[in-house]
Write a protein that binds this ligand. Structure first.
Ligand code: NAP
Length: 337
């Protein structure tokens, strides 16, 4: 039975990936922070189906022990401080987990498990302020926040370890991907939540935003810059790409995205439209929620992934947003039961 170690298994991608690998007959081992496991998380429903190793990606000994004890054939390194906006106030931790954590993992593989195949979670945030649209594997990086800088460091180190030691490390430069499991502070989920509140007539939400205010306050959803646009895909599709990278005959770097750009306005229109409402009556733009520096319009060119991996997304933008709104409505209804 193939053994896969997943770091970040309690996260959105980790939980989708664990389900995907279990379906394929893998033995799945998750590296998790002890406290995270004992509260409800995205992988709670997998208890009994997966093995657990407790550890923290900011601790080198925990990483080395996990690689040794899991005896993995494949490793998916998904753990990270994954909020670009928050990385401004948590810059040292972001570098420790997202940057040094990855390098410590590569070192552990080099010494203990050199035949193991490794997927590393890079990010389209590395492109930052771009001159070239769309972005492909050869597009230069220009990170503009601590999260993106740490991801760029780990991405370069993955290449260096691959080329210097012959390790099978593939990096997925993933563009934004969302789902029903995305935390509320990410924009599409926040919009889905806002639309769900509007549909249910909730004018002051229990959930709060980055400024500690209700996400929906007096019937309004406050967002930052409505002109930003992103290439948003569905997380379930993206974890399939991770697996395909490790089944490929050679390691490398792969851009994964839909190749379609949607603005935050489009997102609001689809989400509120899904419940028969006009978003403009409920959404306001608040300058206090703008990022210090905003990434340019990053758009994926996934040609290589399609050609070499046969990967294509299956869930479209509208379908994804509608699923998220429906899940938020179900969640809010169950809270009020
Ligand atoms: P997520 O839901 O925020 O999950 C992050 C995971 O990392 C959680 O399981 C979290 O565990 C774990 N983690 C954080 N700090 C840790 C630490 N010190 N030690 C051990 N585990 C730690 O993120 P995601 O959306 O699934 O993303 C997965 C990966 O893809 C991340 O590396 C992210 O940066 C990258 N990525 C995501 C996107 C996207 O759009 N989703 C795009 C590009 C790249 P806890 O439960 O303990 O917090």
């Amino acid at each position: 039975m193939t053994r896969a170690l997943i770091t970040g298994i309690t996260g959105q991608d980790g939980s989708f990936l664990a389900e995907f690998l279990l379906d394929k007959g893998y033995q799945v081992i998750g590296l998790v922070r002890r406290d995270s496991w004992f509260r409800h998380n995205n992988a709670s429903h997998l208890e009994g189906k997966i093995e657990l190793l407790f550890g923290d990606m900011s601790e080198g000994v925990d990483i080395a022990a996990a690689v040794h004890d899991a005896e993995p054939d494949e490793i998916y390194n998904l753990a990270s401080q994954s909020r670009p906006g928050e990385s401004w106030s948590r810059a040292p931790e972001t570098l420790l987990v997202n940057g040094l954590g990855a390098v410590r993992l590569f070192e552990a593989v080099r010494h203990n498990r050199p035949a193991c195949r490794v997927y590393h979670a890079s990010s389209s945030e590395m492109y930052g302020r771009v001159d070239v649209v769309p972005q492909h594997e050869g597009t230069p990086f220009n990170p503009i926040n601590p999260y993106a800088a740490a991801k760029t460091y780990a991405h370069q180190m993955a290449r260096i370890y691959r080329e210097s030691y012959g390790l099978f490390i593939s990096s997925g430069v993933l563009f934004n991907h969302e789902s029903e499991r995305r935390p509320l502070h990410f924009l599409p989920q926040k919009v889905a939540y806002g639309a769900a509140c509007a549909a249910l007539g909730i004018t002051d939400s229990r959930a709060t935003n980055e400024m500690g205010r209700p996400i929906v306050e007096r019937g309004k959803l406050a967002l930052g810059n409505l002109d930003i646009a992103r290439d948003w895909g569905y997380a379930g599709d993206f974890v399939r790409a991770m697996w395909l990278m490790l089944q490929h005959d050679k390691p490398g770097e792969f851009v994964i995205g839909t190749g379609k750009l949607h603005s935050l306005r489009d997102l609001c229109e689809v989400a509120y439209g899904a419940v028969g409402l006009d978003w403009q009556a409920s959404v306001v733009s608040d300058a206090g929620l703008f990022r210090p520096l905003e990434s340019s319009q990053t758009l994926a060119d996934p040609t290589k992934a399609k050609r070499e991996l046969g990967w294509e997304p299956s869930v479209g933008f509208e379908d994804m947003v509608k699923r998220m709104v429906a899940a938020q409505i179900a969640g809010l209804r169950s809270l009020n039961k």
